[in-house]
Design a protein around this ligand. Sequence first.
Ligand SMILES: Nc1ncnc2c1ncn2[C@@H]1O[C@H](COP(=O)(O)OP(=O)(O)OP(=O)(O)O)[C@@H](O)[C@H]1O
Ligand SMILES: [Mg+2]
Length: 273
Amino acid sequence: MTQPVILAISNRKGGTGKTTTAVNLAAEWASRGRRVLVVDLDSQGHAGFGLGVDAASFAPTTHDLFRDALFDIRTAVRATAWSNLWCVPADPLYDGSGSCRDVTGLARQLRRPEMDAYDIIILDTPPSLDLVLTSALTASDGVLIPLLPHALSVEGVKQLSRLFYKTVTGGNPDLKLIGLLPIMASNRIGHHRAVIADITQQFGPERVLRPIRGDIQLAAAFADRRPIRHFAPRSRGALDYYLLADELAAFWRLLSPAARSEPAPQKLQPEVS
Ligand SMILES: Nc1ncnc2c1ncn2[C@@H]1O[C@H](COP(=O)(O)OP(=O)(O)OP(=O)(O)O)[C@@H](O)[C@H]1O
Ligand SMILES: [Mg+2]
C-alpha cells in the first residue's frame, strides 16, 4: 500500500491561477490513470465548481475539518464526471471561526492508511495567510506556486516563501518547493520577461517551470465546469497543462517510488504551435 503524494498549489496573492492549475493538472493526471483527489480548501469553492461538483446543503465539506476534531474527510469525497478524479468540495459559508485550530489536523486526515485509495492529492489553497493555508503546507509533500509575472505577484511569492521555510523548520521538514509556474505569461511582454528573469535568479532555473500562456478557453472551461482537456482539448491551455503534467512527472517520480511505471498519456492533438 502506497500513500499518495500530496501537492499544495499556493500563492499568497489572489487570482494567480491556483485553482485553474489544480483542476487542470488533476484532470491531466487522472486521464493518465492516476487516482486523483482534489481537496478544495478555499471557501470560494472554485475548485469544486470547476470540476462540476457542488457543495450540497448539509453535505460534509473540507471545512468541517476545522470545526470537528472527529470529522473523517473520506465522508466528504465526491465523484466527478471523469474517471479517476474525485473532489472534496469547500464550504462557501466557512468564515474561519472553527474550533479546531490544530494545523496538523489536515495532515493526519490525509495521511490515514485508507487514503491509499488515491495516488495523488491536490490541495487548492486560499490566498489568505491563515490556519487553512498553514494546514495545507503542513500536510503536503510539495508546493507548486503559480504566479502572474508581475512585480506584485513576486511579493506574494516572497510572503509564501517565508511561510514555506517556517513550515519546513517547524512541523513539516520534508516539504519541497516543486516550482514556480508563470501564468498568462507572454514572451513578447518585456515586464513578463524581466519578472521571470528575476525569479529565475532568485530561485534557480530548475525551480521555474515552463509557463502557462494566456488562453481565454481556460476561463471558458471554468464557466462550463469542465477541465480544459475535456472542454477544449485542442486549445493552447490544454497543451500547456498537458506539458506541465509531463514536466512535473519527473518530480513526482522522485517523491513516489510507486509512480515510476507511469502509463502512457492519452494523446492530445493541439492545433497551436
Ligand atoms: N492561463 C490563463 N489564461 C487566461 N485566463 C486564465 C488563465 N489562468 C487563469 N485564468 C483566469 O484567471 C482568473 C483567476 O484564476 P484562478 O481562479 O485559477 O486564480 P486563483 O489563484 O485560484 O484565484 P484565488 O486567489 O481567488 O483563489 C480566472 O478567471 C481564470 O479563469
Ligand atoms: Mg482559487
